[in-house]
Design a protein around this ligand. Structure first.
Ligand code: NAD
Length: 305
């Protein structure tokens, strides 16, 4: 069945995701602050609109793919946190009741839960559905969605998510999609540092990178950062190490996700000393020019310490 969808945030990820919805036969009205992103939606057959309120007129589904929690709060709840008097000009107050809201942005768990609660108070159905798979996955429609929300909300979102992704995992109630995303990426940040330190130590000890790879990839050191995204050139030909650390997944993105993990650890009381250390190291890597390089380039920066 064809739905009328508003897609807000048509950047590197949102642009190709919206294009896949258009290709699947949905009517997609898109809004972005960047005119170039609007033009790109028009070029693939979507309807670019220059006002977010116009984008959501008469829609069944709203999808957001925005940079951070503050943007998501403002779009849905308005500048002042919303309010039924419309003072905040958030979308929640103007959508028809029972509209399906899907936030695919990677944001803090607290914001995800606050917006979902406000949506539910106004009779809407919301899921947080952050993704992994990067721009390649967004373009190919093979993203993994980590979804938080009620069974009913996830059942309604699933057919839409299946157009943009290959794997859809229900992680629990509101905010649990974001929780899964930041826990996964904290593992990734820490494991990339661990693999990088091991290759640097191996080099200092006269151990060939390929030999270390052949052994560790078949031993207890095996992990994705080693076998799929090896930070040194050679062992995994597709990894950014073989392409001068062109991202890929930029250092700035890794730092964003590690900051979210530490914010969540702080507000939930979890102890994550390695996550904290990884955040500090990626902060320094980004300051030293790694923000726009691939996050695995941290391997060369570690040698400068
Ligand atoms: P991006 O910066 O390319 O896109 C964000 C878009 O949002 C921009 O086009 C910007 O103009 C628009 N925007 C900002 N404020 C807006 C507003 N108030 N109204 C309308 N549009 C607004 O970022 P991206 O790479 O597409 O990432 C989007 C989200 O996906 C982020 O939360 C990011 O962490 C997450 N993510 C990105 C990747 C990746 O590889 N790029 C992978 C997984 C998750």
């Amino acid at each position: 069945m064809s739905s009328k969808i508003a897609f807000i945030g048509l950047g590197n990820m949102g642009g190709p995701m919206a294009a896949n919805l258009v290709r699947a036969g949905h009517k997609v009205a898109g809004f972005d602050l960047n005119p170039k992103a609007l033009e790109a939606l028009g070029a693939v057959g979507g309807t670019p609109v220059s006002d977010v309120h116009e984008a959501v007129e008469g829609v069944d589904v709203v999808i957001t793919m925005l940079p951070a929690g503050a943007h998501v709060r403002e779009i849905y709840m308005g500048k002042n946190g919303g309010g039924k008097d419309g003072a905040g000009n958030g979308l929640l107050d103007e959508l028809a009741p029972d509209t399906l809201l899907i936030d695919c942005s990677t944001i803090d768990v607290d914001s995800a839960r606050a917006v979902a609660a406000a949506a539910s108070e106004r009779g809407h159905v919301m899921v947080d559905a952050p993704v992994s798979g990067g721009v390649g996955g967004a373009t190919a429609g093979t993203l993994t969605f980590m979804v938080g929300g009620s069974d009913e909300a996830v059942a309604r979102a699933r057919p839409v998510l299946e157009i943009m992704g290959k794997t859809i995992v229900h992680a629990g109630g509101a905010g649990n999609g974001q929780a899964a995303k930041i826990c996964n990426n904290m593992i990734l940040g820490i494991s990339m540092l661990a693999v990088s330190e091991a290759f640097n130590l191996g080099e200092s000890l006269g151990l060939d990178a390929q030999a270390l790879f052949d052994i560790a990839s078949k031993s207890s050191g095996q992990c994705w950062s080693l076998t799929s995204y090896c930070p040194v050139p050679g062992p995994v030909p597709t990894s950014p190490a073989n392409n001068d650390y062109k991202p890929g997944f930029a250092g700035a993105m890794m730092l964003k996700d590690l900051k979210l993990s530490q914010q969540a650890a702080g507000s939930s009381g979890a102890r994550t000393p390695l996550g904290a250390q990884a955040e500090a190291l990626y902060e320094a890597y980004c300051e030293a020019g790694g923000a726009s390089r691939d996050f695995s380039g941290v391997v060369t920066w570690l040698k400068t310490l």
